[in-house]
Design a protein around this ligand. Sequence first.
Ligand SMILES: *Cc1c(COP(=O)(O)O)cnc(C)c1O
Length: 385
Amino acid sequence: MSPQVGDGFETRAVHAGQPADPQTGAVIPPISLATTFAQSRAGEHSGYEYARTGNPTRRALEECIASLEGGAHGLAFASGMAAEDTVLRALLGPGDHVVLPNDAYGGTYRLISQVLGPTGVEWTAADLSDPDALAGAVTDRTKVVWVETPTNPLLSCVDLAAVAEVAHAGSAKVVVDNTFATPYLQQPLALGADVIVHSSTKYLGGHSDAVGGLVVLDDDELGERLAYLQNAVGAVPSPFDCYLVLRGIKTLPVRMDRHCDNARAVVARLSEHPGVASVRYPGLPTHPGHDVARRQMRDFGGMVSFLAAGGEAAALALVSRTRLFTLAESLGAVESLIEHPARMTHASVEGSPLAVDPALVRISVGIESAEDLVADLTQALDAVA
Ligand SMILES: *Cc1c(COP(=O)(O)O)cnc(C)c1O
């Protein structure tokens, strides 16, 4: 039972799925560690029987994310990849076809090409921001169009309503990886998507301290199938990790506002520095996806990529010269991170159609002081130039 809460996104981020504990009044639901639950008679229980199948802390997180994405069903997994695997397993079999972005998250590309590919699933990587490329990639065997927007690491933006129209003209479902935007900035179900996946390891958790994945959808039948697989395969998150993500989500709106503001400040500096050849950021009017991003996002997010003017050598020197920006994979947390996609996050796609420019640098702009972040990038760029 949820208490009567207001409809505002920020209100739901704090309260959805988390009424005060009915027994003690505790305002934060307890972390429920029990693996098994007492039954009154054989087969009769109060909603929980075994913790892989369901657990109160996980349930709170699942209700919270469903509310924030505006979907009927939420499911939590041990990682973003476990969430993706479960969704793809439910929707694809041998002979089926999936279209994915040509700059998809490297792990998604690896899962589809290396794990599902050998089981007979076929795939095409396409630039989904180009309507002709999308139309050319979809066949009558396409069951899934997998979308990221903004994409990783190039931050291309894909018109979700346009993709949904093409996919639904055939028999394909649209799955959106909403990790970069979060439900605060972008609501894919309202734009026609069928399923949303998240790596809650990133902005939703927000503090670089819990690996997790989430799925949200409206379809009851597919929701049941996913819950069946969640239990049958068992890639579920621990109650403690669920608690950490619930805690992170409470501040998602205020963190995202700061991430977006700081990214704007950093982009302004990068755009005028001679050590930077070009900046990729959806908030720039010159960005190819700017209009789409303006239409379907509340703001432009905290991710920025750029090409070092001095090529790969300059990019590599730069990422080890920042002091506040930590050289590390991952993104979306309070602290700023910098990385070299070709050698780090996207090393697994080297030599594939998804390979990235070795001069590319990706930053996840944190919530520290904007002046400090700008100063740090400036000193690193000056040293390399
Ligand atoms: C990190 C990430 C994933 C994978 O999530 P994990 O929690 O690391 O398993 C999927 N998609 C995107 C866009 C990501 O950034």
